[in-house]
Write a new protein. Structure first.
Length: 113
């Protein structure tokens, strides 16, 4: 089972940017879709973005245009660049393989002035 470790979260002011990273313990080349999800306090986990092994990306409406997901299959890593952050982006961000329901422990993102 491939394990995932997220990093790059933190406290940022509204309008700021963060780049989240996800390191996999093994090869992600055979994982067709890698995804980022997030969970805000008191809310259910929600989908943020996905990237297929072929480079097709999709985004949730509320992050579209502000975020970019990318994956580097040679480094077994997935990234999420988030710009123009809003307080409602606050939450724990998880990276993983949605088809197998394998996820990391998450990284906290807090957007606050």
């Amino acid at each position: 089972q491939v394990q995932f470790v997220e990093s790059g979260g933190g406290l940022v002011q509204p309008g700021g940017s963060l780049r989240l990273s996800c390191a996999a313990s093994g090869s992600i080349s055979s994982i067709y879709t890698m995804a980022w999800y997030r969970q805000a306090p008191g809310k259910q986990r929600e989908w943020v973005a996905t990237a297929t092994v072929g480079g097709i990306t999709q985004y949730a409406d509320d992050v579209k245009g502000r975020s970019t997901i990318s994956r580097d299959n040679t480094k077994n890593a997935v990234y999420l660049q988030m710009n123009s952050l809003k307080p409602e982006d606050t939450g724990v961000y998880y990276c993983g393989d949605p088809s197998r329901n394998y996820w990391g422990q998450g990284t906290q993102v807090t957007v606050s002035s």
